[in-house]
Ligand binder design. Structure first.
Ligand SMILES: Cc1cc2nc3c(=O)[nH]c(=O)nc-3n(C[C@H](O)[C@H](O)[C@H](O)COP(=O)(O)OP(=O)(O)OC[C@H]3O[C@@H](n4cnc5c(N)ncnc54)[C@H](O)[C@@H]3O)c2cc1C
Length: 293
């Protein structure tokens, strides 16, 4: 199939893009096009105007400092993944990006585009939610910061409003004593996951668990974060605590059936990946103890 007819503009500044977006109520932003172009071709989306932001140089940047990682709307997945500052300040961002699709798609797709596309099967929305990050949205009326907790409202639905352009995203830094990990299972390398898990585990100087949170993708209509600290009340990363963590997570998730996998299989993956990723995040926070284990 071919896309329905649409008008096309290629602004060179954010101001021009916002003007174009405010003009047409059903205008759509075109970033990397890795999700939007297939949707247009299948006529699952039929905007009257496409606002191609690829000529806006001021959106192409990546910055890291002690607070966290900030990326502009035109930073490609591959650039963010390879950025030394990102790897140092918040390694979970680069580790999760390695799970996103194939290198060719990562060369073109944008991380901010992936966040506002709000696919519950995508890695980066879950990571943003886990870390408590945010997205900056600009419109002709001004700018607002949308916390990750308010961004993902339904399947493929973000709280971005008509006329808004997501200009940047912010991922808070890894804190001392924290470790991070992520993993997923997909049918073929580079496919969307059947189930994915990321975790942040905090430990004290004696290697005792002080906090534990996990994020899940592909097992609900929206990414889900579960606070698992209560199962580690005695501070031990034990087999029993991991079993309890799985039960706690499953109480919050809704693994479903589709043509790629059954609900029972996804439930099993939640168990396997929760244990594996929590243990890996703990080892990441306690490298010496981890390598000796
Ligand atoms: C074969 C294949 C496999 C893939 N596998 C994965 C995967 O495993 N995991 C994963 O996470 N993704 C996967 N993707 C999607 C990929 O990561 C996309 O790059 C990403 O979802 C969207 O980014 P984009 O820049 O391409 O956005 P586009 O396709 O250009 O846009 C997507 C949507 O977001 C909106 N949008 C984009 N940027 C902005 C902005 N700055 N402001 C406002 N609205 C905006 C668009 O209007 C559109 O509605 C896959 C894609 C393909 C084709």
């Amino acid at each position: 199939m071919k896309p329905a007819p649409f008008a096309f503009v290629r602004p060179t500044s954010v101001a021009e893009a916002l003007e174009a977006l405010s003009r047409e109520p059903d205008a759509k932003v075109l970033a990397g096009g890795q999700s939007l172009i297939p949707l247009l071709s299948m006529r699952l989306a039929a905007p009257s105007l496409l606002v191609d932001i690829n000529g806006i140089e001021e959106l192409s940047w990546i910055r890291s400092d002690d607070e966290g990682v900030r990326i502009g709307a035109l930073a490609r997945h591959a650039e963010v993944e390879a950025d030394p500052g990102v790897r140092r300040v918040q390694p979970l961002v680069s580790r999760a990006l390695r799970l996103v699709a194939h290198p060719t798609i990562r060369n073109r797709g944008t991380t901010v585009g992936s966040l506002v596309h709000a696919d519950a099967s995508a890695e980066m929305p879950a990571v943003l939610l886990l870390l408590g990050g945010s997205v900056t949205a600009a419109s002709a009326q001004g700018e607002r910061e949308i916390a990750a907790a308010d961004l993902f409202v339904g399947p493929l639905e973000s709280s971005l409003r008509h006329g808004e352009l997501a200009t940047a995203a912010y991922f808070p830094a890894l804190r001392p004593g924290q470790g991070v990990a992520c993993d997923e299972v997909s049918r073929r390398h580079g496919d969307y996951a059947l189930c994915g898990v990321a975790a942040v585990v905090g430990v004290d100087g004696a290697g005792r668990v002080t906090s534990a949170r996990a994020a899940y993708w592909s097992v609900s209509d929206v990414p889900v974060v579960v606070d698992l600290a209560e199962v580690f009340a005695d501070g031990e990363m034990s087999a029993r605590a991991l079993d309890d963590a799985v039960d706690l997570a499953l109480a919050r998730l809704e693994p479903g059936d589709d043509i790629h996998g059954t609900a029972a299989y996804r439930t099993r993956l939640v168990g396997v990946l929760t244990r594996r990723v929590l243990r890996a995040a703990y080892d990441d926070a306690t490298p010496e103890e981890g390598s000796a284990a």
